[in-house]
Ligand binder design. Sequence first.
Ligand SMILES: [Fe+2]
Length: 316
Amino acid sequence: MAVLGALSVTLEVPDLEEGLRFYTDAGLEAASDGSTARLRCPGQDRDSVILIGGSPRKRLHHVALRADQLDKVAARVPAAGGAVTFAPDGFEDNGLWVRDPHGMLIHLSERPADPELAEAPSFEINGPGRVTRKRRSAMLPGSAYAPAKPLRLGHLLVFSPDVPKSVDFVTTALGMGLADRAQDVIAFCCARKDSDHHVLAFAKSPGVGFHHASFQVADPDEVGRGGRALIEKTKEAALHGDWGFGRHTIGSNFFHYIQDPWGSWFEYYSDMDHIDDYSLWTPTNYGMEDSLANWGPSPPRDFVHNYEVETNGPPH
Ligand SMILES: [Fe+2]
């Protein structure tokens, strides 16, 4: 064992206020001291997104993962092509800081697991030969629903110039498992015990960068409702794409992605595959036709575009 789950992503951004507005519109709670903003899921006692203001353009600073056996990880990192390093300026020198073979900074922390989420009502569907809901409507009027509530950060997807190399590093040095992949273009990695189908995923790009953070909500309806609401709130922004409502083949989750102010993405998800014991899981190498979605609208043209490797960033 080593990596046990996703904790947070830290981004350097040009406009802190813009970032605060986007993530609070998405349902996260914020605290800001004017130079750094910390955003967390309502009810959680830890941050999931940290924004450092004052950068010329958006840039992935580091990803943070919950882990154990940090001494063993530290010993394995150099042979796997990475490096153990010091905490960057402004960050506490706790846990283990490592750089992967492409220079991406990863912070591993031994912290307790989040409390179990409260059990949600089951998502009932009437189907052929199986009527489970009688004499009542599944849906209330739209105004009866509270805004989407992100329950927890489920996974992070980052860009990598060499996806197999990134997977080799996190599986050999960080003790993760390859859940599934689509050729050498995208790969999804999990913890080896009681894990969402993916905790950290990699998509091929000329350079390192942040693609999206994905937050679990109560059910598929909330994925769709939350997505629509966030689109309405962000439609005046210079970058305001969305992709969804749809369902992934890899991981099986329902999804809706909304573009953040810098061209990366926020995902609401529901019903992710679960890997309780990685030794009993067999990874599949999917064709590219299944790499993005099983069904849903066509993705925006810049859905897998890494704005962090351009010399001229997106408009702000
Ligand atoms: Fe995702």
